[in-house]
Design a protein around this ligand. Structure first.
Ligand code: PBG
Ligand code: ZN
Length: 330
């Protein structure tokens, strides 16, 4: 189709404030957002993460209360991350029957029925060295790690998880977890794959929050090189073949091209994780009065949706739900 040109077409006619909402192509509702929650055992009930103002490490009880509030605000779901009391070489806290995430799952499910509860499945919060898997001879052992990830996912399913989200970037993790869940009678528990996860400088505040910075080396042996986009599409294809119900791209703002490409190519439910560093950047600039926080957050999250994300995992979920509630639409 050849569009008409000026003066028969005047683009500004459609920018009339009476029309803007009617012709808007993208929407941003709390129901499209997932709020990450950091849960800890013992210690203070609520402890702010220094590099993430407004984000807290919560006790199990506080997490349950927070989930209830989020559900009331219309937020689509929560994604639980655990901070265990002890770390060891095998990450055994990850699959402990009474581990932090397992306790949080039970408490959240008791306190709120109509909220999707997802869990992050990885070992870096639970290993003494901070790597996402079992380390043998100085390297993360893929296949040994798979067993532990499957065990962890199963323990989450038993504690009530609706969805598990493996984030370790081990080859075959989605397939092995799917098989384990099915074998144990959890065929209705879903999997959101952290399919295309880049080795990014934007995870720093998260690692501060859960004390998971690797003690040696870095994560480039398993997380993706930011220079690669075709590799990301292969990763997504593999996760879909292995049984991922939702695929995810992470970080969000630096991967808008991929969000678009993934949605176009696979027509699969697609999530974007707007990570801790994205949150921290906005907070830091807003604290100095250098950007308008609310406008910027609305613009960036809308752009992630416009790129093609169906759902967004964001630390701004609660704040955004509160803003949208007051203003009604964006
Ligand atoms: C665990 C995990 C990480 C994030 C989600 N799951 C950290 C990492 O890979 O180092 C990052 C989340 C964020 O920065 O908000 N593997
Ligand atoms: Zn990890």
């Amino acid at each position: 189709m050849r569009p008409p040109s000026f003066p028969s077409y005047r683009a500004r006619r459609l920018r009339n404030p009476l029309l803007r909402d009617l012709i808007a192509e993208t929407s941003l509702e709390p129901g499209k957002l997932i709020a990450p929650l950091f849960v800890t055992l013992g210690g203070r009930k609520k402890l702010e993460v220094p590099s993430m103002p407004g984000v807290f490490r919560l006790s199990v009880e506080e997490a349950a209360a927070e989930a209830k509030l989020l559900a009331k605000l219309g937020v689509g779901g929560v994604l639980l991350f655990g901070i265990p009391p002890r770390k060891d070489l095998t990450g055994s806290g990850a699959f402990a029957g009474n581990g932090v995430v397992q306790q949080a799952l039970k408490a959240v499910k008791r306190s709120v029925k109509d909220l999707l509860v997802m869990t992050d499945v990885c070992l870096c919060e639970y290993t003494a060295h901070g790597h996402c898997g079992i380390v043998t001879n100085g390297d993360v052992d893929n296949d040994a790690t798979l067993e532990v990830l499957a065990r962890t996912a199963l323990s989450h399913a038993r504690a009530g998880a609706d969805f598990v989200a493996p984030s370790a970037m081990m080859d075959g993790q989605v397939g092995l977890i799917r098989a384990a869940l099915d074998r144990e009678g959890f065929s209705s528990v879903g999997i959101m794959g952290y399919s295309a996860k880049y080795a990014s400088a934007l995870y720093g505040p998260f690692r501060e929050a859960v004390e998971s910075a690797p003690k040696f080396g870095d994560r480039r042996g398993y997380q993706m090189d930011p220079r690669n986009a075709e590799e990301a599409l292969r990763e997504v294809a593999l996760d879909i073949q292995e049984g991922a119900d939702i695929v995810m791209v992470k970080p969000a703002i630096s991967s808008l091209d991929l969000i678009r490409a993934v949605k176009r190519r696979f027509h699969w439910p697609t999530a974007a994780f707007s990570v801790s560093g994205e949150y921290a950047l906005i907070k830091a600039a807003a604290a100095r009065g250098w950007v308008e926080e609310k406008r910027l957050v609305l613009e960036l999250l809308t752009s992630i949706r416009r790129a093609g994300a169906d759902l967004i995992i964001t630390y701004y979920a609660k704040q955004l739900a509160q803003w949208l509630r007051k203003r009604g639409g964006s």
